[in-house]
Design a protein around this ligand. Structure first.
Ligand SMILES: Nc1ncnc2c1ncn2[C@@H]1O[C@H](COP(=O)(O)OP(=O)(O)OP(=O)(O)O)[C@@H](O)[C@H]1O
Ligand SMILES: [Mg+2]
Length: 410
């Protein structure tokens, strides 16, 4: 058999197989690009569950006309330039493959006007074949339009579900995002009608957003977590044990702002809840873990749903301790529920529950290496794990569900 080089379009379609499973994956990639471009407001127009149309418009930094062909080229990115950049990556994207992948399996249009540019420009791609860059009026920012997803990949199209199901996957993803980025306004329309609006609310996750995303019962039964040690910080919200779920559907974990599933962290959370929850019930939480980006490898999954911690036992111990402490307060009867009854007053003074005791450690990511060293380096030796006994990882079931709501990805 002759070996031959595959055509570029087919290469992109193969890559799309990993990254683009359904409309929700396209929305994820495009919205992440908008966030990386510094958008404060993102408009998401959908038709037929996103299968017929996904149009995402942002007010971010935009793309210069001469860069449009590069934006849709494989392995072209403005986000990293070296291995050092990759190891400390702070942007959501870094692979330089989302746009070419999406464009190879749809009718695709990219319109953008860069900050301070006089004019906008447009580039169309139909099933991977590239058009010309032409002038096009556009406010500052970018619009990406994706029509007829998988029209040229019948095998994939067959796996798309009913409009309602695809829309639900998109909404689930947007909820995940809305919890992490309360500072960004998201407006969603479906089949020409407004379907959801997340108002921009400042930098901190507010009661209003928590309530909107997870419902009143969660907001009523929530405990605030704020814990730092060893250059790591865990903050967010966990449900009191009395509020528990039959599934892992309300488990939101963000590592340095990125929504991920992580078996290690999910296990630590389960362990912290182990003596306060009935068997078969699951805790609900929205947790943000922050640590030195060099301590996390984000390049382990094509759609970036997973990360790998360099010090996974340390992370496990840290999360377990933080939550165990927070829950101990409820056991002692000192936990405070947050009233979620009156969401209209959410922006006003909000009686935050007492945060668990914090250890006095620096929170800045730049402090992390020193903090690690101070805590875990014996005199003259290499960094080691803390001497306190760690919860056993041996009990971690292989197929334990992770900490993210189902996106519908395999
Ligand atoms: N909405 C946007 N606003 C401004 N620039 C954008 C936007 N979308 C894409 N770009 C530019 O196009 C480039 C390619 O985007 P693409 O999503 O393909 O790759 P990436 O985001 O760099 O990496 P990844 O494949 O991991 O998402 C980006 O690096 C960015 O410079
Ligand atoms: Mg991207």
């Amino acid at each position: 058999m002759n070996i031959r080089q595959l055509p570029e379009v087919l290469i992109n379609q193969i890559a799309a197989g990993e990254v683009v499973e359904r409309p929700a994956s396209v929305v994820k990639e495009l919205v992440e690009n908008a966030l990386d471009a510094g958008a404060r407001r993102i408009d998401i127009d959908l038709e037929e569950g996103g299968v017929r149309l996904i149009r995402i418009r942002d007010d971010g930094g935009g793309i210069a006309p001469e860069q449009l062909p590069l934006a849709v080229s494989r392995h072209a990115t403005s986000k990293i330039a070296s291995m050092e950049d990759l190891e400390a990556v702070a942007s959501l994207g870094f692979r330089g493959e989302a746009l070419p992948s999406v464009a190879s399996v749809s009718r695709f249009r990219l319109v953008s006007r860069a900050r301070d540019a006089q004019h906008g420009a447009e580039l169309r791609i139909d099933g991977g074949s590239l058009g010309e860059v032409v002038p096009q009026a556009h406010p500052q920012g970018t619009t990406v339009e994706v029509r007829d997803l998988f029209y040229n990949v019948p095998a994939r199209r067959k796996f798309l579900r009913a409009e309602r199901t695809e829309l639900t996957h998109i909404e689930d993803w947007l909820r995940t995002l809305a919890l992490a980025r309360p500072d960004v306004e998201l407006r969603v329309t479906h089949n020409g009608k407004p379907s959801r609006r997340w108002k921009g609310e400042g930098d901190l996750l507010s009661e209003l957003r928590l309530h909107e995303a997870l419902g009143e019962d969660f907001a009523r039964n929530v405990l605030r977590v704020e814990h730092s040690a060893a250059g790591m910080r865990l903050h967010g919200w966990i449900a009191q044990p009395a509020y528990n779920r039959a599934s892992t559907d309300q488990q939101y974990l963000y590592v340095n702002g990125r929504s991920v599933r992580d078996r290690n962290v999910a296990h630590a959370v389960r362990q912290a809840y182990s003596d306060v929850l009935f068997h078969g019930r699951h805790p609900a939480y929205v947790l943000f873990l922050e640590l030195d980006p060099r301590g996390v490898d984000v390049n382990v999954h094509p759609a970036k749903h997973e990360v790998r911690f360099r010090e996974s036992r340390l992370v496990h111990e840290f999360v377990y301790r933080a939550l165990h402490e927070a829950l101990a307060e409820t056991r002692a009867g000192t936990g405070h529920a947050v009233s979620g009854a009156n969401t209209g007053a959410a922006a006003q003074a909000w009686p935050l529950p007492q945060a668990p005791q914090q250890q006095p450690m620096g929170l800045r990511v730049s402090d992390a290496p020193a903090a690690y060293a101070a805590l875990y380096t014996p005199r003259g030796g290499d960094a080691v794990m803390p001497s306190a006994p760690l919860p056993s990882l041996a009990t971690m079931p292989e197929d334990a569900p992770g900490g993210m709501p189902p996106l519908g990805f395999a």
